[in-house]
Design a protein around this ligand. Sequence first.
Ligand SMILES: CC(C)(COP(=O)(O)OP(=O)(O)OC[C@H]1O[C@@H](n2cnc3c(N)ncnc32)[C@H](O)[C@@H]1OP(=O)(O)O)[C@@H](O)C(=O)NCCC(=O)NCCS
Length: 386
Amino acid sequence: MRNVAIVGVSQTKFGEHWDKSLRDLIVEAGNAAINDSGVERKSIQSLFIGSMSSGRYAGQEHLGALAADSLRLTPIPATRFEGACASGSLAFRNAYIDVASGQHDCAIVLGVEKMTDVKGPEAITSLAAAGDQEWEAAIGLTFAGLYALMARKHMHDFGTTREQMAMVSVNNHKNGVANKYAQFQMPITVQDVLKSSLVADPLRLLDCSPLTDGAAAIVLMSEEKAKRIANPVWILGSGQGSDTLALHDRASFTEMPATVVAAKEALKGADVKISDMSLLEVHDCFSINELIALEDLGFCRKGEGGKFVESGKIAIGGEIPVNTTGGLKAGGHPVGATGVRQIIDIVRQLRGDSCNQLKNPEYGMNLNVGGSGATAVINIFGKEMK
Ligand SMILES: CC(C)(COP(=O)(O)OP(=O)(O)OC[C@H]1O[C@@H](n2cnc3c(N)ncnc32)[C@H](O)[C@@H]1OP(=O)(O)O)[C@@H](O)C(=O)NCCC(=O)NCCS
């Protein structure tokens, strides 16, 4: 496998874009990433796009061709990837393999979702299709409901408190304030979370990621071609895992084996340790998921995620800064774009141009989860090539 660099990144603002179409979002993010890379359009040889449910949300399928056409990249191969909320990272991982394998020298990855053109209940029903339609969605179990079951079990088994979960959202909102692309740029308190309206007990409005429109794009290049590009960021490893589609089929409600498998593969490929990470982007679709991610990745023991968050270790300046630009909670969660956006925020940290710049970060990792943990994708990035 060849070394691969990220040479250009861009995202649209995340939020409600009633005045822009799905195509507009793709074009805006794609063109800006190409400009950011300085690469000529004719150098791009393949296109990968992640989207979970563009047919249900925007009435548009066949996004590979739509993106290649709209970005004036035809006739290159253009393919769509779907893995629920992990669709963006799945597209990215396949683009990485494409360039690392030597098949192509330069690829573009896009992630997109336009979720707010349909009414809220319709959007939530579409999201529920990423669970088990027969055994979960058909009986009315939404994703908030599934993660609420995990939260209750975590509270029951380990004594995790409502306040500890709220602190996840507080940290993400604090980090989102400086992020001009974020859906919500306002700080919140633990009391705000605890007083917000109940969505699925024990999860409240401010424990949940929102419904969002947005797109994000990345340009990748082989080492040989990237040598001429200033300030590349290197992809050091990538891993992917899967699990039962339905939550009730799992041995445990409080861990995600797909994450553990993906982390092992990515760390092995990158030849680094989890303790080498300078920052993390994790999938905080609901506050409980960030606690579970920190445990599954090995930053603390199983059951101790709540205490870990409470100790302040995930804050900027803490032991392992998490979601330094607001995560899904404050940044927004246009599901197909989220994984790509996570990677962009790590790239900006490693390039030194983040809105909340850390001091000399060396390595970053993103964890993008699909459904209630049935798909997990992890990628590891470095400032220097290994
Ligand atoms: C939490 C949720 C149910 C709220 O939906 P809703 O009650 O229909 O909310 P509305 O769109 O009517 O918005 C009402 C207000 O709350 C705000 N709001 C909505 N979701 C919010 C969130 N997650 N965080 C903070 N504020 C939020 C809106 O901006 C709006 O504010 P305003 O009155 O000042 O304009 C919805 O966002 C949701 O289902 N989120 C989870 C999405 C999901 O499952 N993703 C996949 C994860 S696996």
